[in-house]
Design a binder for this molecule. Structure first.
Ligand code: FES
Ligand code: FES
Length: 173
Protein backbone atom coordinates (compact mmCIF):
# COMPACT_ATOMS: atom_id res chain seq x y z
CA UNK A 1 0.00 0.00 0.00
CA UNK A 2 1.42 3.40 -0.94
CA UNK A 3 1.93 6.27 1.52
CA UNK A 4 0.83 9.86 0.84
CA UNK A 5 3.55 12.51 1.24
CA UNK A 6 3.34 16.32 1.09
CA UNK A 7 5.63 18.23 -1.27
CA UNK A 8 7.39 21.53 -0.69
CA UNK A 9 4.27 23.61 -1.25
CA UNK A 10 0.91 22.95 0.30
CA UNK A 11 -0.60 22.32 -3.08
CA UNK A 12 -2.33 19.13 -4.24
CA UNK A 13 -0.21 18.83 -7.38
CA UNK A 14 2.89 18.55 -5.17
CA UNK A 15 1.62 15.46 -3.44
CA UNK A 16 3.73 12.43 -3.92
CA UNK A 17 3.27 8.92 -2.77
CA UNK A 18 5.86 6.45 -1.69
CA UNK A 19 5.64 3.18 -3.57
CA UNK A 20 7.62 -0.03 -3.75
CA UNK A 21 8.13 -1.42 -7.23
CA UNK A 22 9.67 -4.70 -8.29
CA UNK A 23 11.40 -4.30 -11.64
CA UNK A 24 13.61 -6.93 -13.28
CA UNK A 25 13.75 -8.84 -9.99
CA UNK A 26 15.03 -5.82 -8.04
CA UNK A 27 13.09 -3.84 -5.43
CA UNK A 28 12.83 -0.05 -5.65
CA UNK A 29 11.37 2.43 -3.19
CA UNK A 30 10.23 5.58 -4.98
CA UNK A 31 8.38 8.80 -4.35
CA UNK A 32 6.11 9.62 -7.30
CA UNK A 33 3.14 11.79 -8.16
CA UNK A 34 -0.01 9.66 -8.20
CA UNK A 35 -0.55 10.60 -11.87
CA UNK A 36 2.92 9.44 -12.99
CA UNK A 37 2.82 6.68 -15.55
CA UNK A 38 4.77 3.47 -15.24
CA UNK A 39 6.52 4.44 -18.49
CA UNK A 40 7.81 7.76 -17.12
CA UNK A 41 8.78 6.10 -13.85
CA UNK A 42 10.81 3.45 -15.67
CA UNK A 43 12.51 5.87 -18.02
CA UNK A 44 12.99 8.96 -15.87
CA UNK A 45 13.18 7.68 -12.30
CA UNK A 46 14.82 4.30 -12.82
CA UNK A 47 16.70 5.27 -16.02
CA UNK A 48 15.54 2.13 -17.78
CA UNK A 49 15.37 3.84 -21.15
CA UNK A 50 15.15 0.65 -23.19
CA UNK A 51 11.39 1.00 -22.90
CA UNK A 52 10.44 3.59 -25.52
CA UNK A 53 7.89 6.39 -25.50
CA UNK A 54 6.14 6.63 -28.85
CA UNK A 55 2.56 7.89 -28.78
CA UNK A 56 2.18 7.97 -24.97
CA UNK A 57 -1.49 7.14 -25.49
CA UNK A 58 -1.82 3.41 -25.98
CA UNK A 59 -1.61 3.27 -29.76
CA UNK A 60 1.87 2.16 -30.81
CA UNK A 61 3.19 -0.50 -28.41
CA UNK A 62 6.68 1.01 -28.13
CA UNK A 63 6.31 1.14 -24.34
CA UNK A 64 5.39 -2.54 -23.91
CA UNK A 65 6.71 -4.21 -20.76
CA UNK A 66 5.52 -7.26 -18.90
CA UNK A 67 3.40 -7.11 -15.78
CA UNK A 68 3.20 -10.53 -14.14
CA UNK A 69 4.36 -12.04 -17.44
CA UNK A 70 1.61 -10.33 -19.46
CA UNK A 71 2.48 -7.66 -22.04
CA UNK A 72 1.08 -4.23 -21.12
CA UNK A 73 1.43 -0.67 -22.38
CA UNK A 74 3.37 1.08 -19.65
CA UNK A 75 2.08 4.48 -20.86
CA UNK A 76 -1.44 3.46 -19.86
CA UNK A 77 -0.58 2.32 -16.34
CA UNK A 78 0.06 4.48 -13.32
CA UNK A 79 3.13 3.56 -11.32
CA UNK A 80 1.00 3.40 -8.17
CA UNK A 81 -1.10 0.66 -9.78
CA UNK A 82 1.94 -1.55 -10.22
CA UNK A 83 2.84 -2.09 -6.59
CA UNK A 84 2.85 -5.76 -5.73
CA UNK A 85 3.33 -6.81 -9.35
CA UNK A 86 6.35 -8.21 -11.11
CA UNK A 87 7.52 -5.80 -13.83
CA UNK A 88 9.96 -6.92 -16.49
CA UNK A 89 11.57 -4.59 -19.02
CA UNK A 90 13.88 -5.23 -21.94
CA UNK A 91 16.85 -4.62 -19.65
CA UNK A 92 15.87 -7.65 -17.59
CA UNK A 93 16.08 -10.14 -20.44
CA UNK A 94 19.82 -10.40 -20.71
CA UNK A 95 21.46 -12.62 -18.12
CA UNK A 96 25.09 -11.56 -18.02
CA UNK A 97 26.33 -11.99 -21.58
CA UNK A 98 23.48 -14.31 -22.49
CA UNK A 99 20.72 -12.87 -24.62
CA UNK A 100 17.14 -14.09 -24.49
CA UNK A 101 16.25 -16.37 -27.44
CA UNK A 102 13.97 -13.63 -28.78
CA UNK A 103 16.85 -11.18 -28.84
CA UNK A 104 19.02 -13.80 -30.54
CA UNK A 105 16.31 -14.34 -33.15
CA UNK A 106 16.00 -10.61 -33.84
CA UNK A 107 19.73 -10.51 -34.57
CA UNK A 108 19.66 -13.66 -36.68
CA UNK A 109 16.70 -12.48 -38.79
CA UNK A 110 17.77 -8.82 -38.85
CA UNK A 111 14.31 -7.97 -37.51
CA UNK A 112 14.88 -4.28 -36.95
CA UNK A 113 15.69 -1.16 -38.89
CA UNK A 114 15.74 1.98 -36.73
CA UNK A 115 15.14 -0.21 -33.67
CA UNK A 116 12.69 2.13 -31.95
CA UNK A 117 9.89 -0.42 -31.82
CA UNK A 118 12.20 -3.35 -31.08
CA UNK A 119 12.10 -3.45 -27.24
CA UNK A 120 8.31 -3.31 -27.32
CA UNK A 121 8.11 -5.99 -30.01
CA UNK A 122 10.40 -8.26 -28.03
CA UNK A 123 8.46 -7.78 -24.80
CA UNK A 124 5.17 -8.43 -26.60
CA UNK A 125 6.57 -11.66 -28.08
CA UNK A 126 7.90 -12.71 -24.69
CA UNK A 127 4.51 -12.11 -23.13
CA UNK A 128 2.89 -14.19 -25.85
CA UNK A 129 5.38 -17.04 -25.47
CA UNK A 130 5.05 -17.07 -21.69
CA UNK A 131 1.35 -17.85 -22.03
CA UNK A 132 1.59 -19.84 -25.26
CA UNK A 133 5.06 -21.32 -25.95
CA UNK A 134 3.89 -22.95 -29.19
CA UNK A 135 1.84 -20.32 -31.03
CA UNK A 136 0.57 -20.67 -34.57
CA UNK A 137 1.65 -18.04 -37.13
CA UNK A 138 -1.81 -16.50 -36.77
CA UNK A 139 -1.46 -16.35 -32.99
CA UNK A 140 1.91 -14.63 -33.39
CA UNK A 141 0.36 -12.05 -35.73
CA UNK A 142 -2.47 -11.41 -33.27
CA UNK A 143 0.00 -11.24 -30.38
CA UNK A 144 1.97 -8.54 -32.20
CA UNK A 145 -1.01 -6.65 -33.56
CA UNK A 146 -0.67 -3.97 -30.88
CA UNK A 147 2.92 -3.15 -31.81
CA UNK A 148 3.49 -0.81 -34.72
CA UNK A 149 6.74 -0.75 -36.70
CA UNK A 150 7.04 2.50 -38.62
CA UNK A 151 9.90 1.02 -40.65
CA UNK A 152 7.68 -1.82 -41.84
CA UNK A 153 9.98 -4.64 -40.72
CA UNK A 154 7.00 -6.87 -39.97
CA UNK A 155 8.01 -9.74 -42.21
CA UNK A 156 11.32 -10.22 -40.42
CA UNK A 157 9.82 -9.55 -36.99
CA UNK A 158 7.32 -12.36 -37.56
CA UNK A 159 10.12 -14.68 -38.73
CA UNK A 160 12.14 -13.88 -35.61
CA UNK A 161 9.11 -14.44 -33.39
CA UNK A 162 8.48 -17.84 -35.00
CA UNK A 163 12.12 -18.84 -34.53
CA UNK A 164 12.06 -17.75 -30.89
CA UNK A 165 8.83 -19.67 -30.37
CA UNK A 166 10.62 -22.84 -31.42
CA UNK A 167 13.24 -22.29 -28.71
CA UNK A 168 10.63 -21.46 -26.09
CA UNK A 169 8.60 -24.46 -27.17
CA UNK A 170 11.60 -26.70 -26.54
CA UNK A 171 11.87 -25.23 -23.04
CA UNK A 172 15.29 -23.72 -23.70
CA UNK A 173 14.36 -20.16 -22.70
S1 FES B 1 3.96 4.82 -26.03
FE1 FES B 1 2.59 3.45 -25.06
S2 FES B 1 1.40 2.61 -26.66
FE2 FES B 1 2.63 4.15 -27.62
S1 FES C 1 12.39 -0.92 -36.73
FE1 FES C 1 11.94 1.21 -36.90
S2 FES C 1 9.97 1.38 -36.01
FE2 FES C 1 10.30 -0.76 -36.11
Amino acid sequence: MFTMMKGKNDNSKDFKVRIELRVNDAAYSLSVEPRRTLLDTLREDLHLTGTKKGCDMGECGACTVQLDDKPVYSCLLLAVECEGHDIQTIEGLTKGEKLDPIQEAFIEYDAHQCGFCTPGQIMAIRGLLKSNPDPTPEEIRVGLSGNICRCGAYHRILKAAAAAAQVYGEGDS
